[in-house]
Design a protein around this ligand. Structure first.
Ligand code: PHB
Length: 397
């Protein structure tokens, strides 16, 4: 610009002005997450990541293309509410893409609508394996419980003989149970008892008592991350399971990073498998954590759900960019099927084009005190580029 003539500048300006209205394109995106009720922190952590991504990547869309993020609160794992919100977003608000999905029951309720209306859905959390098979318009950017609990079962069989299983009585709990049991028993481990815990307002004490009475080497547990994780860890501590030598293991949900400061010292030594730890030292995670602290304060910690939301936003921006804001559902799915990011905060990720499910590394972690604070320290990578094992074992697409 500096060396151009005035006439040249005017011509450039004029072309920008005239071109702009033709290019202006707003992509409407509906995000359903949990922002109220006992699980409100889950959606809050997801929404914070979405907003941070949008702020830091405001210049990564083609000129004139905008994203209008319409957020709706499902208030918890409530399929009826989830379905109603998805319907409203599609029919009334005319969203072109759906995202969020804190919960499996909500994602399952919305799945048939994505197919009927051809509205692609980018899952940011819900982790039950079967969800992606319910509609060709779904791609998942989070995890499956099979991805974490199956390798944990294999690892546990090398170190322990007996296990007791306690899981929340809904999709992800059933998946984590089946996955752990398969890995553990294939390696020679024995399951000495099992219990399902209600999803709504659980009191964990009686379930912990039953686990204690069974005297296993390890207790394998899954509950939704957030306040339930803190509650089950506290019940484990109060009943003294750790003192009697019963080790607590599970998918990383039970020691979710953002709740560690609320758990006291009880979780020290809890061993889990997950695709993400806020304490991971890879450069992409350090940059993510720095950006998060700058935006939300040094005491705020992103969760694995934040990273699911962050990565889904990256894929969403990619499909918007590639289509210059003109969203075609089938082209969107083709793009999502081949999405890759070698540099997610969790490590390299991609979408499996056959299943539309996430492919990622899984890390064995242990809760330790680092510089006076609890952290999920990554000890080893127990799986590289892990595809959903449930789909492999059951030949599902
Ligand atoms: C799910 O509903 O799929 C879900 C919820 C919370 C978790 C994991 C999975 O921590």
């Amino acid at each position: 610009m500096k060396f151009q003539s005035r006439a040249g500048c005017a011509a450039v300006l004029a072309s920008m002005l005239f071109a702009a209205p033709g290019l202006a394109q707003t992509v409407k995106v509906g995000a359903i997450v949990t922002l109220s009720g006992p699980n409100a922190t889950l959606g809050d952590n997801m929404l914070k990541a979405m907003k941070l991504y949008m702020k830091l990547h405001a210049n990564d869309l083609p000129p004139g293309v905008n994203i209008d993020l319409i957020t709706r609160d499902d208030t918890g794992p409530n399929p009826d509410k989830g379905k109603q919100l998805a319907q409203e977003l599609i029919v009334r608000d005319k969203v072109q893409l759906l995202t969020g999905m804190t919960w499996t029951p909500v994602a399952m309720a919305a799945a048939p609508l994505t197919k009927e209306a051809k509205v692609p859905m980018l899952i940011m959390n819900a982790g039950t394996s079967v969800i992606t098979t319910m509609s060709p318009y779904i791609a998942r950017f989070s995890f499956t419980l099979w991805q974490s609990s199956y390798p944990l079962g294999e690892w546990a069989a090398k170190h322990y003989k007996t296990a007791y299983i306690a899981v929340s009585d809904f999709g992800p709990g059933h998946d984590s149970e089946a996955a752990f049991e398969k890995g553990f028993t294939a390696g020679g481990g024995k399951i000495v008892g099992k219990v399902g815990i209600p999803l709504a307002n659980p009191d964990f004490v009686p379930f912990m008592q039953r686990a204690k009475d069974a005297k296993p080497d390890v207790l394998f547990g899954f509950v939704p991350a957030g306040k339930q994780a803190t509650a089950i860890i506290k019940a484990y501590g109060e009943l003294g399971l750790g003192k009697t030598g019963i080790k607590f293991i599970g998918p990383g949900d039970i020691v979710t990073d953002e709740e560690l400061p609320n758990m006291g010292d009880v979780p020290i030594g809890v061993t889990t498998v997950l695709h993400y730890s806020a304490a991971a030292t890879r450069p992409a995670n350090k940059a993510f954590i720095d950006a998060w602290h700058k935006e939300y304060g040094a005491d705020s910690t992103p969760s694995f759900m934040s990273v699911g939301a962050w990565d889904a936003m990256d894929a969403l921006y990619y499909v918007v960019r590639e289509q210059k804001g003109k969203i075609d559902p089938d082209r969107t799915m083709e793009l999502l099927k081949h999405y890759k990011n070698p540099n997610s905060p969790r490590g390299p990720i991609s979408i499996d084009p056959e299943t539309r499910d996430i492919v990622q590394n899984e890390y064995l972690r242990e809760v330790r005190k680092v510089n006076g604070k609890l952290a999920n320290v990554e000890l080893e990578t127990v799986g590289t580029a892990v595809k959903d094992p449930w789909k492999i074992f059951n030949n599902k697409k």
